[in-house]
Ligand binder design. Structure first.
Ligand SMILES: [Zn+2]
Length: 201
């Protein structure tokens, strides 16, 4: 097998993009290539609900044990799994528009409904470390967990630090205002090569 490009990694049999967004919600949005062209992605990394679960474990949003149990559960309910994956991909599009100030009233409402449902699903539970918010471990968990984080991002101080890569449309946090590209290894390097070729002409 050919070696993978450095921005990708093989995780439990699934090829996933390495996180570059500096925030899990932005890395979620970056699980498809070239947002700039819109329409269907040239490369889609969330190719199945199981791939989405493995991505959650890869970026540290869900524990490997939870992902293991949910993968088992997913195997027994294929129609629900297909529905959950589609809802996840729909949310990703709507959220991208909201994060990049391109949302229409309809796409904003759609993203907001998912986030509100997720917040409404939380339970306040008592733990040894004190009370904490928890989501039920079911097939809705990965999307609801992301939606809660998205709600916090959209309404919190990090919102103003979200930047868009001018080359591929991926999103990343840039609190110090120093980053131009999603990654120097991909888009930054391509831009450098283009600039060099232009100078050489
Ligand atoms: Zn980029």
């Amino acid at each position: 097998m050919d070696a993978l490009p450095s921005h990708l990694e093989l995780v439990q049999g699934v090829v996933l993009p390495r996180p570059v967004g500096a925030h899990p919600v932005l890395d979620f949005v970056n699980t498809r290539s070239e947002w700039t062209t819109r329409g269907p992605a040239r490369t889609e990394w969330l190719t199945s609900y199981e791939a989405f679960l493995i991505w959650n474990s890869y970026v540290g949003l869900l524990s490997p044990a939870t992902v293991f149990r949910l993968i088992e559960r997913a195997g027994r309910s294929s129609s629900e799994v297909a529905r959950r994956l589609q809802a996840t991909l729909d949310f990703r599009v709507d959220l991208y528009d909201v994060l990049t100030d391109q949302a229409t009233a309809t796409t904003f409402e759609a993203a907001a409904r998912v986030i509100e449902t997720a917040f409404g699903d939380r339970r306040l539970v008592s733990t040894d470390d004190g009370p904490t918010w928890e989501l039920r471990e079911d097939l809705a968990l990965p999307l609801h967990n992301l939606a809660v984080l998205a709600g916090d991002l959209l309404t919190g101080p990090s919102r103003e630090h979200v930047r868009t890569c001018p080359s591929c449309g991926w999103l990343f946090l840039d609190p110090r205002g120093r980053r131009r590209w999603c990654s120097m290894a991909t888009c930054g390097n391509r831009a450098k090569v283009r600039a060099h070729a232009a100078r050489a002409r």
